[in-house]
Design a protein around this ligand. Structure first.
Ligand code: IPE
Ligand code: IPE
Ligand code: MG
Length: 232
């Protein structure tokens, strides 16, 4: 939750809406799948850089619940990339002391991917350098609803802190900085509860082109923001 972060120059938690893969491919007259591959490669590169900057939590929006209604061909391509990502990256993350975590509704994902996620999380558990959270099959409203329903099942009113603990992001601080690449200026069902006081940063750069340098620009912009949390 917000109070765990100090609002210093380096955000403790950065969340990124990785948008623009399709348009990146289209500009190159390539199929959309080529854009998703380029996006995944950039995501891997960025996951190295982010923790070098001192960030402790990085949450990356990879697949929304709404994206699950994409045409089968597109979805199959994305699932193939996830099938590649876990075996190819879990060891590297583990060696770097990065804990991998996946947030979202796993019942919406193919079983073999759910197994890869569970293995990846178990293998990297306890990594002290930072947490890389991938939002896959994630929807902010769905997350809030499932927390509400859990609270109702427990039959007792909950505080904001108790409610946060019922979300997929339990134990993670709220994002200090929320970045969206790819020109659109919207949240698209990402971290609706958690982003209440996040600083927002929008860039036209399409995600496959979102270089380490572009990322540093976002951190620099953050360091110039004054966070007031409703106080004068
Ligand atoms: C973002 O790229 C990644 C996913 C949604 C999986 P898009 O596929 O949304 O790319 P654009 O917005 O069409 O360019
Ligand atoms: C948001 O991008 C989801 C991810 C980046 C995973 P979309 O491309 O799906 O969002 P909209 O449709 O532009 O709102
Ligand atoms: Mg998009």
């Amino acid at each position: 939750m917000a109070e765990k972060t100090d609002g210093g120059a380096i955000p403790a938690h950065i969340a990124i809406i990785m948008d623009g893969n399709g348009r990146w491919a289209k500009r190159r007259l390539l199929p959309r799948g080529a854009g998703h591959r380029a996006g995944m490669n950039r995501m891997i590169g960025l996951s190295e850089h982010v923790f070098d900057r001192g960030v402790k939590y990085c949450t990356l929006y990879a697949l929304s619940t709404e994206n699950l209604s994409s045409p089968k061909e597109e979805l199959d391509g994305l699932f193939s990339l996830f099938r590649e990502f876990f075996p190819a990256n879990v060891d590297r993350l583990k060696k770097k002391g990065i804990t991998l975590r996946v947030i979202g509704d796993r019942s919406l994902l193919p079983e073999d991917i759910v197994s890869l996620i569970a293995e990846g999380e178990a293998d990297t558990a306890g990594g002290a350098r930072g947490t890389l959270a991938l939002a896959i099959g994630y929807g902010g409203r769905q997350e809030i609803l499932s927390a509400v329903n859990e609270a109702v099942r427990r039959g007792k009113e909950v505080s904001a802190q108790e409610f946060s603990a019922l979300l997929y992001t339990a134990d993670m601080p709220d994002p200090d900085l929320l970045i969206r690449t790819g020109k659109e200026v919207r949240i698209s069902n990402f971290l609706l509860w958690q982003a209440a006081y996040s600083e927002l940063y929008f860039t036209d750069v399409l995600f496959p082109d979102f270089s380490d340098k572009e990322f540093d620009k976002a951190i620099e912009a953050f360091s110039r923001r004054e966070r007031r949390f409703g106080k004068v």
